[in-house]
Design a protein. Structure first.
Length: 207
């Protein structure tokens, strides 16, 4: 009888713990940003060695240097990006799976007071049917670099899951774009915090 009572007690305790855990509010992106910024850790270097705070001319010179080193390709066609140039990066996932080959990303840089504070990489595949696989693979790669402590939220554009890491002053987002692509976005949270722009002004400038 004592064994039965003990077993029932353990079950009750386990269920109570689970209920308390489920009632505990999940951490939001805003909570994570507040926590990370309070640590006063600023990470400058982001993708391919680019650094927050670089001026526009520095960024373009850096892209040209990466092209000369074979790390980027410069696309010579009629479409325009910053200063009429589009730079392309080829992702190497080290995987023989054909669905993860020919994955490329193009860059768009955003500036506050002519200093880089946001970098957007639009990732595309020649096989448009596997974009979800590409997103999942990118998530795996970023977990290896930034850890499991990411937050999932819903995209305001397509209701898909967005994966968010906050590391010091750097926020990294991986989400589905609107053109059958995956977006990787790096943002300098300190620069955003110190900016006097309204959200509407920032949106109009970045369109």
């Amino acid at each position: 009888m004592k064994h039965i009572i003990l077993s029932l007690s353990l079950v009750f305790i386990f269920i109570s713990c689970q209920n308390q855990k489920s009632k505990r509010p999940e951490q939001t992106v805003e909570d994570q940003i507040k926590t990370e910024l309070s640590r006063n850790i600023e990470n400058e270097t982001i993708f391919l060695g680019l650094k927050f705070g670089m001026e526009g001319e520095e960024v373009h010179s850096y892209f040209k240097d990466l092209v000369s080193k074979g790390k980027l390709m410069l696309l010579p066609h009629e479409y325009l990006s910053d200063k009429g140039k589009i730079y392309m990066y080829t992702f190497d996932f080290g995987d023989e799976d054909t669905t993860l080959q020919n994955i490329t990303g193009t860059f768009k840089a955003y500036y506050l007071a002519n200093k880089l504070y946001k970098l957007r990489i639009s990732v595309e595949s020649k096989n448009e049917d596997n974009i979800q696989i590409v997103k999942s693979k990118l998530k795996e790669e970023y977990i290896l670099k930034y850890g499991e402590n990411y937050i999932t939220r819903e995209s305001i554009y397509n209701n898909a899951e967005v994966y968010v890491w906050v590391d010091g002053n750097t926020m990294i987002e991986i989400s589905l774009g609107l053109s059958n692509n995956v977006l990787i976005i790096y943002t300098d949270l300190v620069a955003v915090k110190n900016s006097e722009e309204t959200p509407r002004e920032a949106l109009m400038r970045e369109v």
